[in-house]
Design a protein around this ligand. Structure first.
Ligand SMILES: [Zn+2]
Length: 290
């Protein structure tokens, strides 16, 4: 659906199948920027590509016209369609240098971040990142539509946020911890610094966060960034309390379970390696404070 004059958001559903056969329903938003240079922000997973192509046709454009694909970061559910897009449209692929390796190598991705049937849903491995985006870069999509680039690490080392001043649209990828959902980030201090950076972007009137199916507008944009920061600080406090309470011999999973109970999150999720990594990341940095 159209979110702002040049931005369309598509909510794409898929399943992660674990080795046990259990299927976990997931979603990820991807975006089409309708400017002279047709641009897609994140290609979701392999099975999402036909939905994105059909949507592009529904707005009177052709998938073959896609000139740019921007990957906000290298996780499989943001780059999984890259190979299909490369076959169909031969676009340029943009990403931050620090996530280039994970986008281009499924072996590397599987080693550092194994997730269920990720490999079946990820076609990014055969496709080169053709262009690197860094903090302060601007991408010209033609017709007065520009994309400003912010390096906002924490969720991954090369996570990018994007801002289109013409539309007031701020894309924060998976950087903003979404209150009430499972926290997933690699570096706590970097996540906090990235939220502070997003808070300083002037003129954002629409917030697009890929950890949610919602869109925030007006004053809610900055209020929601503040809510994400408060959630991060609360988790930080709870992790330290749990670690003190349980003592040195406690396992990662036990600490997660106590924290998730406090947060009202499903305790079964404390067995997931990616959330254990998130929770333990709090204990290798100084307290964030309030
Ligand atoms: Zn991610």
């Amino acid at each position: 659906m159209r979110i702002s004059p040049h931005v369309h958001s598509l909510l794409l559903n898929f399943e992660i199948e674990l080795s046990s056969g259990v299927k976990i329903p997931r979603f990820v938003p991807a975006y089409v920027i309708e400017a002279e240079r047709l641009t897609v922000v994140d290609t979701a997973v392999k099975s999402s590509a036909p939905t994105i192509f059909e949507y592009i046709e529904s707005i009177g454009r052709k998938p073959e016209e896609i000139e740019y694909v921007i990957n906000t970061h290298g996780h499989f559910d943001h780059v999984g369609g890259n190979g299909i897009f490369a076959e169909r449209a031969k676009p340029r692929f943009f990403a931050h240098p620090k996530d280039k390796a994970i986008i281009e190598s499924l072996e590397y991705q599987e080693r550092i971040r194994p997730i269920g049937n990720m490999r079946e849903q990820n076609t990014s491995g055969d496709v080169a990142v053709t262009d690197l985006l860094n903090e302060g870069d601007t991408l010209d999509l033609g017709g007065g539509v520009q994309v400003e680039v912010f390096h906002t690490p924490g969720h991954s080392p090369g996570s990018l946020s994007l801002f289109i001043p013409e539309d007031g649209a701020l894309f924060c990828g998976d950087v903003l911890p979404e209150p009430g959902t499972l926290p997933v980030y690699e570096d706590v201090r970097q996540t906090l610094d990235s939220l502070i950076k997003l808070r300083l972007v002037r003129g954002a009137t629409v917030l697009l966060s890929q950890l949610s199916d919602q869109v925030w507008r007006g004053d809610d944009v900055y209020a929601h960034i503040d809510d994400g920061e408060a959630y991060l600080r609360r988790i930080d406090r709870l992790v330290r309390q749990a670690a003190d309470l349980l003592g040195e011999k406690s396992s990662r999973e036990e600490i997660c379970r106590v924290v998730f109970r406090e947060l009202g999150l499903p305790e079964a999720a404390s067995a997931l390696p990616i959330v254990q990594t998130t929770i333990m990341a709090h204990l290798v940095t100084d307290p964030l404070g309030e």
